[in-house]
Design a binder for this molecule. Structure first.
Ligand SMILES: Cc1cc2nc3c(=O)[nH]c(=O)nc-3n(C[C@H](O)[C@H](O)[C@H](O)COP(=O)(O)OP(=O)(O)OC[C@H]3O[C@@H](n4cnc5c(N)ncnc54)[C@H](O)[C@@H]3O)c2cc1C
Length: 501
């Protein structure tokens, strides 16, 4: 059966899974990826309908810059000799917030600071000190090669090469943004603004958002910048798959893994829904940790360490998503690609309270027919709000919910309803079904205030030869973050398999 023994089997082709796969293939490992859906990418995938190409999830992309060490998506593509044209976005987000706080996050750091200071002149010093401190975190990260923190030799090597950066990171690892922001800032409205700056990617307020992640997001947007992949976000995964094949790796679609096979407590292989069995020296799950330990392994045998993790982290809500095709004339000249809309601070973290908007056709018009734009509007929502409905109740509820979102969007895009050409509504059930994510969750969030990132698990699990990768491993959600997790996972496995390259 030697011909069937893979070095590494990867369950899922999200960006975390694909970065692990390509990194290992490039190191000479025999790799196979099983993906349950028709295309790669998971939450960074796409769908096409009536001439529109929609990103299913992510569209504000970090990590595609061309300098430093934190541009992990660029690095992952380079590692397998593929590249992707990107389009720089000059504004990360246009915020439409309570009390008339209408602010664009400019790519240029000074411009951003001045725009924010114009709203809070009394906090000018504090604003600068807070964001400068975020830059310090970023500078530490951006000075070291980002690999597995579970590999002692690497840690020693990095420490000897750059002790100050490492000590800096160790200092920030247990901190959350809220405590740092409160050192410098008093104005409650400004602290609310810092909350939404965190919430829009961590889905928790500043006091629960790790400082390390904030250091990345709040600084990289002014360094490598936000860059949109030409052809849509789905191109990242497609290119990684091309690179994987070039290095001898394989991927199978419509290949849902139903079971991780263990022998004497060690992971040895996987079984697919069609009954086929594959064996590997190392098994990597790109499914969420909840899916991995409750669906792919016997639920009654969840390791204590995982149970403890589930005590600290809970599933974040999923999303209600509207994929809209709209007449170009609806969008005023100068409209930005990404928007966040919130009318009442009290509602920031409640279901459907905050609306996120992406209009990638403003950067890449080829994603829609001429004269039209795509708008992806999404808002956090719980699966429990969408369960126990008959087919017609579900359809009606979708229509009503979509109507309410469109009404709210009319405040920034008057005429949106009249200009609609296409509308596809996705609920948490849709996210669960197509992305294979339990309850359609966006990923883990701390149950209560934790010590920064210290509680997030790395790639190894307590089951020998089983690794996890993706957003329920260190350092969390976001494409660049899961790429980091992929680099780390592949590095650890490379050492464990004694791969030479
Ligand atoms: C609406 C939305 C908007 C977002 N916006 C942004 C953004 O603007 N910027 C950003 O950086 N991030 C954004 N994110 C987050 C980002 O998309 C995710 O954090 C990231 O893509 C997760 O990657 P992953 O590798 O962990 O796994 P996933 O993307 O979840 O991929 C896992 C893959 O594994 C497959 N799989 C699971 N179980 C099995 C199985 N048993 N057998 C076979 N295959 C399986 C799934 O089908 C899927 O393809 C957004 C997410 C959503 C949902």
């Amino acid at each position: 059966m030697d011909s069937e023994l893979f070095d590494v089997i990867i369950i899922g082709s999200g960006i975390g899974g694909l970065v692990t796969a390509t990194q290992l293939a490039a190191k000479g490992a025999k790799v196979i990826v099983f993906e349950s859906y028709l295309i790669p990418g998971g939450s960074a995938g796409y769908f096409q309908s009536q001439g529109y190409t929609f990103d299913v999830g992510a569209s504000m992309i970090f990590g595609m810059g061309n300098k430093g060490t934190t541009n992990l998506l660029t690095r992952a593509l380079d590692a397998v000799n593929v590249n992707l044209e990107t389009i720089p976005d000059s504004v990360q987000i246009h915020y439409h917030l309570p009390n008339g706080l209408d602010l664009k996050i400019d790519r240029d750091y000074e411009t951003f600071l001045q725009n924010l200071i114009a709203y809070f002149p009394d906090e000018a010093k504090g604003i600068r000190r807070f964001y400068d401190e975020c830059q310090k975190v970023f500078n530490c990260l951006n000075n070291i090669e980002l690999l597995s923190l579970e590999e002692p030799k690497y840690l020693l090597r990095v420490f000897l090469k750059n002790p100050l950066a490492c000590l800096g990171l160790a200092k920030y690892l247990p901190l959350n943004v809220g405590e740092v922001a409160r050192k410098y800032i008093q104005d409650p409205q400004l602290l609310k603004f810092i909350d939404i700056e965190c919430y829009c990617w961590s889905v928790v307020p500043a006091n629960m958002t790790p400082m390390i992640n904030a250091g990345m997001v709040f600084s990289d947007r002014h360094y490598g910048g936000v860059n949109y992949p030409k052809g849509g976000v789905g191109k990242i995964a497609e290119k990684l798959v091309t690179g994987l094949a070039q290095f001898g790796g394989e991927i199978q679609y419509q290949a849902r893994v139903t079971k991780i096979i263990t022998k004497q407590g060690k992971a040895v292989g996987v079984q697919l829904a069609n009954g086929q069995v594959y064996y590997g020296k190392k098994i990597v799950s790109n499914a969420t940790r909840w899916d991995t330990f409750t669906k792919l392994l016997p639920v009654q045998e969840i390791p204590v360490k995982e149970k403890n993790w589930q005590q600290r982290y809970i599933k974040s809500p999923s999303f209600l998503s509207l994929h809209i095709g709209v007449k170009a004339s609806v969008l005023p000249v100068g409209t930005e690609c990404h928007h966040i809309l919130l009318t009442d601070w009290q509602e920031m973290t409640t279901a459907t309270g905050t609306i996120f908007v992406s209009i990638p056709t403003l950067l890449d018009p080829d994603l829609a027919p001429p004269g039209y734009h795509i708008i992806h509007a999404f808002t956090p929502d719980w699966i429990s709000n969408w369960q126990g409905l008959s087919e017609s109740e579900y359809a009606d509820k979708k229509e009503i919910a979509a109507g309410q979102i469109i009404d709210r969007l009319e405040t920034i895009f008057p005429g949106l309803d009249a200009g609609l050409d296409y509308l596809e509504i996705g609920t948490p059930r849709t996210h669960r079904r197509f992305l294979q994510r339990i309850d359609g969750t966006y990923g883990p969030i701390p149950k209560r205030k934790l010590w920064g990132l210290l509680g997030m698990p790395f790639n190894r699990t307590v089951i020998p030869n089983l690794y996890c990768v993706g957003d329920s491993t260190f350092p969390g959600q976001g494409l660049n973050a899961v790429a980091f997790s992929g680099f780390a996972c592949a590095h650890r496995i490379g050492v464990d398999l004694q791969l030479r390259k």
